[in-house]
Design a protein around this ligand. Structure first.
Ligand code: FDM
Length: 208
């Protein structure tokens, strides 16, 4: 008996756009409506590679731009088989950041888009990217940035521009995050539901 597959749904957006809260709300909403769904996030700081990334983000270790880029990519590669298995078991994955953060944050530091995309080629391609948009003013009015690397407004503006260059209307959906938490979850859930239904019998695709 063949099982219909789960959908690969990625949430992206600049810092403070509410991605993590929304990913968790979405998993809860999907589970309550009888669908199998799981939260996954990148970087996954629980692996050896993830612990190096954590040291870098918390300013306890330095890497040059290329090296940290490849570590972020490796961190996705080490999850690929597990993700594929879960999707084939019919579990929808709601992923907090993915290759798009990888490219946008490194390109914002000046690396070329093509170079940044290359190590991502062959990873699972999301069925849907929900890109949470916020105006600069709304981003700056939200609770302050923390102490991790990249958490400053000038850099975040550059990251936003880089994300916008990655936009692909064939599987991206921009969603205005400047609304109440529950309203936003409802909007995302509608897109997620449509994708789960339409992708259930389609083969998984690969980036890029
Ligand atoms: N980040 C995240 C990257 O620079 N590249 C990547 O591939 C990924 C997945 O790491 F500043 C950056 C983005 C953010 C930080 O923060 C991770 P959170 O708070 O754990 O999402």
């Amino acid at each position: 008996m063949s099982t219909t597959r789960g959908a690969l749904i990625v949430l992206e957006g600049v810092d403070r756009s509410g991605k993590t809260t929304q990913c968790k709300n979405l998993v809860e909403w999907l589970s309550k409506s009888g669908k199998k769904a799981k939260y996954i996030n990148f970087p996954d700081r629980s692996t050896d590679c993830g612990s190096l990334i954590d040291k870098f983000l918390t300013n306890n270790q330095e890497f040059n731009d290329e090296t940290i880029h490849l570590l972020f990519s490796l961190n996705r590669w080490e999850s690929k088989s597990k993700m594929e298995k879960l999707l084939k078991e019919g579990i929808t994955l709601v992923v907090d950041r993915y290759s798009y953060s990888g490219v946008a944050y490194s390109a914002a530091k000046g690396l070329s888009y093509d170079w940044c995309k290359n190590p991502e080629v062959g990873l699972l391609k999301p069925d849907l990217v929900l890109y949470l948009t916020l105006t600069c003013e709304a981003m700056l009015s939200r609770k302050g940035f923390g102490n991790e690397r990249y958490e400053n407004k000038e850099f975040q503006k550059k990251v936003r521009e880089c994300f916008e260059k990655l936009y692909d209307s064939s599987y991206w959906q921009n969603v205005d995050a400047n609304r109440s938490e529950m309203d936003l979850t409802q909007v995302l859930a509608k897109y997620a539901d449509e994708t789960i239904l339409s992708m259930s019998n389609k083969p998984l695709k690969l980036l890029w």
